[in-house]
Design a protein around this ligand. Structure first.
Ligand code: F0G
Length: 461
């Protein structure tokens, strides 16, 4: 039987949400051209479109808001964030930015340009876009275990070390601008990376003298998995595990909107405070984000971020967080519903290919399932599959994703067990009725990059 780990907090403020009728939802999704990003949130009952910036701040964070120092340069709040982040990651240089993709935009062009490549255990969508915007190309080497959703392996997010070395050989170490280790591995289903794998990647980067960057959006959830699953780490604290990971890398880019539980914020970290490229980071930051002591954030945001970084690493919190995913996963198991298993750190990734094996990748099974779930119960989820991957930047051809997932990304400290129970029942109804869905969707209009956010779709008849 599935059990729920109680949350280590209680609710002090509530935000009403409204259930709609099926007819209203069918009209709303058609009006949005079947694009989840174009729905109004008022037409959504349970919103799992993203776990990014959608968390609930704590009383300590709301109090911190009032302590924000809004000085243009050298604000007290900047130093508060600096001290906190240095203490956690042990990096000399900490650069606030307004979110994760801003970190990528500021850092990536320093190491990537036309003709060069970045290798990752999987890129998330905006990360892929920033590699390409810098003129470079993405190469991926994800643990092959991640492509089998029913295979219960502890570290499906790992880098495929053999393939990584092969890619370096093929393209030449001099042409690899950076390696990006995404922890947890979002596109693989929020699956963790082991410390051993991180150390192996570090050793290869050292051998070929390639910069290693951590995409650190969900570093704390990853550390909790490592503590639970990697026997040599079971007695380490979350902070010790975090330090061990960051010791392996040279830089990190972080969307603080996930594990640092703020609605807006990001960080770039550089281990070596004497690295000459810090000057470039500062220059880019001043041009794109704002002066380097605020990086596109209010002083009050910097305060909340400093507090959120600490709260996000609390072990009781992380246990209940992972507990939510396990609870949903266990209940889906009871119904025999396929998802990327074991459950990831920030969400449930339903295996849409197994819901709709007859729908080809170019009719977007993950998107099709997201639409069905919205119509069923007002849940907003999203495609993490071929629809999200988009087209090859050189040939324009639709890319074929290794997985076709429908992702329910669970916001932090927002929903309760009864919300999850309602969602699980709706998923089961959709599963029972899967054979009635004969076709997927086709794109009727799309912009040239990151098309999934804006594209228009129509049902395939
Ligand atoms: N890296 C990873 C692994 C991410 O998941 C995201 C965002 C980013 C970078 C970019 O950060 O949004 O702050 O600019 N992921 C969100 C998601 C949007 O829904 O998974 P950002």
């Amino acid at each position: 039987m599935a059990t729920f780990v109680p949350e280590p907090y209680r609710i002090k403020m509530v935000e009403p949400i409204r259930m709609t009728t099926r007819g209203e939802r069918e009209a709303a999704i058609a009006q949005a051209d079947y694009n989840m990003f174009r729905l109004r949130s008022d037409d959504v009952f349970i919103d799992t479109l993203s776990d990014s910036g959608t968390g609930a701040m704590s009383q300590r964070q709301w109090s911190a808001l009032l302590l924000g120092d809004e000085a243009y340069a050298g604000s007290r709040s900047y130093y508060h964030l600096l001290d906190t982040a240095r203490d956690i990651f042990n990096y000399d240089y900490i650069q606030p930015v307004h979110q994760g993709r801003a970190a990528e935009k500021v850092l990536f062009p320093t190491f990537l340009s036309k003709g060069s490549f970045a290798i990752s255990n999987l890129f998330f969508d905006t990360t892929r876009a920033h590699v390409e915007l810098a003129g470079a190309r993405c190469l991926e080497a994800c643990n092959p275990e991640a492509s089998d959703s029913s295979l219960r392996a502890p570290f499906k997010g790992n880098m495929d070390i053999e393939r990584m070395e092969k890619l370096i050989d093929e393209h030449g170490a001099d042409n690899i601008g950076m390696v990006v280790m995404t922890i947890t591995n979002n596109s693989a289903g929020g699956q963790p990376v082991s410390l051993q794998n991180m150390r192996e990647v570090h050793a290869i980067c050292k051998k070929y003298d390639i910069l290693l960057n951590i995409d650190a959006a969900r570093f704390a959830e990853n550390a909790m998995f490592v503590k639970m699953r990697e026997p040599s780490c079971k007695d380490m604290s979350i902070k010790e595990i975090t330090r061990a990971f960051f010791d392996c890398a040279d830089t990190f880019t972080m969307s603080a909107k996930k594990d640092a539980i703020v609605n807006m914020g990001g960080i770039i970290g550089v281990k070596d405070g004497d690295a000459p490229f810090i000057l470039k980071i500062k220059a880019n930051c001043i041009c794109f984000e704002g002066f380097y002591t605020y990086g596109g954030l209010n002083g009050r945001d910097l305060e909340c971020l400093a507090v959120g970084l600490e709260e996000g690493m609390d072990e009781d919190w992380l246990r209940s967080r992972i507990g939510v995913m396990n609870y949903i996963g266990d209940r889906l198991d009871e119904y025999g519903i396929p998802y990327q298993s074991p459950a990831g750190g920030h969400g449930i990734f339903l295996d849409a290919k197994k819901f709709y094996p007859h729908i080809p990748y170019y009719e977007f099974p993950g998107q099709t399932l997201a639409i069905e779930l919205y119509k069923e119960c007002g849940l907003r989820a999203c495609d993490i599959g071929s629809y999200m991957m988009g087209n090859d930047p050189d040939t324009g051809e639709q890319l074929h994703s290794i997985n076709e997932f429908t992702r329910l990304a669970i916001p932090r400290r927002v929903y309760t067990q009864s919300h999850y129970d309602m969602v699980i029942e709706a998923i089961n109804t959709t599963w029972q009725q899967r054979e009635q869905v004969k076709h997927g969707y086709r794109i009727t209009w799309e912009p040239p990059i990151l098309r999934h956010f804006q594209a228009s779709l129509a049902p395939v008849k």
